[in-house]
Design a protein. Structure first.
Length: 206
């Protein structure tokens, strides 16, 4: 791909670094911005820059937030004694879109994967255990991707939670093994939440 402008090429290369964006799509996006008013493009860049520099992570659940505590954790209408454990922020968004869950979340920021060099110490697991102990949580719902890494993570955390009087469940497997939550349709994911199973029965059947 040849460019008559180094500035244009630099912009295309930066857009092409985004996941799922190839050089042709990046070029189309850059050319679109080139047609916009200077003020609109400046606003666009300011919004992105402000998002990156000012966004925070909730001190309680590690979800993205504008403040120290996210809007979900601070919502008095949510069931504060129910925690849905997810791998990442995309899964929070996927579950929220079902409108079938009224509790809070805990974002692990990954799953246990020895082949990728990710161990329990690199995840938000100890903070989850401390939270369960401090807040007297009634139920933990595991909503991790149905694969070996997800199951390993569930098994590990379940063992850590055994000393506490908390109900531990996992979403029903309406999602195929090896699938990912963020790509599941809202109805399937919503039913999986409603029909969740005790972790003991799920682990024993694997």
């Amino acid at each position: 791909m040849q460019f008559s402008s180094q500035l244009l090429e630099n912009a295309v290369n930066e857009f092409a670094k985004l996941p799922g964006i190839g050089k042709k799509t990046a070029l189309r996006l850059v050319l679109h911005l080139l047609k916009q008013d200077t003020g609109e493009v400046s606003h666009f860049s300011e919004v992105i820059s402000k998002m990156r520099t000012e966004i925070k992570f909730c001190q309680r659940c590690f979800n993205v937030s504008d403040g120290d505590i996210c809007s979900i954790c601070s919502n008095s209408l949510r069931k504060q004694d129910m925690i849905c454990v997810v791998e990442n922020i995309r899964d929070v968004i996927a579950i929220e879109s079902t409108q079938q869950y009224s509790g809070t979340y805990h974002v692990l920021n990954g799953i246990i994967s020895p082949l990728d060099g990710i161990g329990p110490d690199q995840l938000n697991i100890e903070s989850l255990v401390a939270r369960v102990q401090k807040e007297k949580t009634q139920e933990i719902i595991f909503a991790l991707n149905p694969n070996i890494q997800g199951d390993t993570t569930i098994y590990y955390i379940q063992k850590k939670l055994q000393p506490f009087n908390v109900r531990v469940t996992t979403i029903a497997r309406g999602i195929a093994f090896g699938g990912e939550l963020e790509y599941a349709d809202e109805m399937t994911l919503g039913r999986s939440l409603q029909n969740r199973l005790p972790v003991e029965s799920y682990v024993s059947n694997r």
